[in-house]
Design a protein around this ligand. Structure first.
Ligand SMILES: *Cc1c(COP(=O)(O)O)cnc(C)c1O
Length: 418
């Protein structure tokens, strides 16, 4: 090496933003997530990554950005409230939470009340605590949930979650949970005891593979719960706030739960959760029974009010039903065309494309082609577009899915050939 070469300063390594983010994530974040893209901007149904590539977003932060990204109504409400009053605690009234509470209770029409919290797991934890407190005088404390359900990651909600992979390594788990087979009323009956306080379920098992509950099963379950004086609790974290075509999924099943939980879509991107209570539960929590510092703070409540107002003004629940129907109809053609695509199922804008093998590779092809989806239960491509979805965007997505399947088919044939 010559002297001149040796003394040449090494050029500074210029890392792109996505490289920097991946590096920092690897160094400083607990390794429980494995993010793929670096997303930096969103508008409506679209997001952009750090390299400027545009994607049609059929993930919506996993059913969170219900109105799409940066919807003007939410932006305005949050900006205004942030500049006025962000937080005061539950020692005082604020001028947002009581209005949101009224709005939600009227939408539910159960003659009940609400408790505000901050996340889905926390909302379900609240339902479980309510069930236990309600049942405590009759020594009822058991909660029946379903295999392949998903209810959250706190100790009680991961125990409620009927999936070993979520529970693995966290023993000892809280007592009092039993599991039944989804869409099988006999298996619920088999788990009922005089100690049963509640049955809790999702009306579409979302993480579990986008499996809708059978209407007959749900009606039978509601009747069974009524007869046995057992609470019927619905986890609406993913299905709630218009996604399945009605404001709450249970409204589409013609039943009335004793309690249900909301989070994800409620704040349209701002974290807020709610424990909704019917008449049996509405006065179970008393001063000192339950609480949370951030719950019901005015910023989150202002965001949620903007979400609910916009859904009502624009009839976005009806739009979700119509666009979901269109998406499923168009995807039926994809099912007919590609042998590895088994079925399409779901409700409203919670749609799953069922593949006959692990589907992570297909998700990756879709992403590369500009459509974000999330593979769940190993073999289901789950789609949760914003409730503002248009027919043009449905067509755009289906075109990408068709092309991606074509590409994957060729790849699979190639692999077989080798
Ligand atoms: C996401 C989800 C939860 C957990 O919500 P977090 O906000 O992640 O705690 C619970 N139940 C269902 C059905 C969900 O989809």
């Amino acid at each position: 090496m010559s002297e001149s070469e040796e003394s040449k300063p090494t050029p500074p390594v210029k890392r792109s933003l996505s490289e920097q983010l991946a590096y920092l994530h690897g160094e400083f974040h607990a390794p429980n997530y494995a993010p793929s893209l670096s997303l930096v901007k969103g508008r409506g149904a679209y997001v952009w990554d750090a390299n400027g590539k545009k994607y049609l977003d059929f993930v919506s932060g996993i059913a969170v950005t219900a109105l799409g990204h940066s919807h003007p109504a939410i932006v305005k409400a949050v900006k205004r409230q942030a500049g006025r009053l962000m937080h005061v605690s539950n020692l005082y009234y604020n001028d947002q939470a009581p209005f949101l509470a009224k709005q939600l209770c009227e939408l539910a029409g159960l003659g009940g009340k609400v408790f505000f919290c901050n996340s889905g797991a926390e909302a379900n934890e609240g339902l479980i605590k309510l069930a236990r407190k309600w049942g405590s005088e009759q020594d009822r404390f058991e909660v029946i949930t379903f295999r392949n359900s998903f209810h959250g990651r706190t100790l009680a909600t991961l125990t409620a979650t009927g999936q070993e992979k979520v529970q693995y390594g966290f023993a000892p788990l809280p007592e009092g949970f039993k599991y039944a087979q989804y869409n099988d009323l006999e298996s619920v009956k088999a788990q009922l005891t005089p100690k049963t306080a509640a049955v809790m379920l999702e009306l579409v098992q979302a993480e579990g593979g986008v499996v809708p509950a059978d209407p007959e099963f749900v009606k039978g379950l509601a009747k069974l719960c009524r007869e046995r004086n057992v609470l019927l609790l619905v986890d609406e974290i993913q299905t709630g706030v218009g996604r399945t075509g009605t404001m709450f999924a249970w409204q589409g099943y013609g039943i009335e739960p004793d309690g249900f939980s909301l989070a994800k879509g409620l704040g349209g991107g701002f974290p807020i959760g709610a424990v909704m209570m019917g008449p049996k539960l509405k006065d179970v929590f008393q001063p000192g029974s339950h609480g949370t510092t951030f719950g019901g703070q005015p910023l989150g409540c202002a965001a949620a009010r903007a979400v609910l107002d916009t859904i009502a003004e624009k009839a976005l629940d009806t739009n979700a039903e119509a666009m979901g129907y269109m998406l499923q109809s168009k995807l039926k053609k994809v099912v007919d065309t590609y042998s590895f695509v088994r079925a399409v199922r779901g409700k409203g804008l919670l749609v799953g494309l069922v593949i006959d093998r692990p589907a992570k590779d297909l998700e990756k092809i879709l992403t590369r082609r500009g459509l974000l989806t999330v593979c769940t239960a190993g073999n289901v491509i789950r789609m949760l577009p914003p409730l503002t979805l248009t027919a043009r965007q449905v067509k755009q997505a289906v075109k990408i899915i068709d092309k991606a399947c074509q590409e994957w088919q060729a790849e699979l044939l190639n692999q077989q050939g080798n």
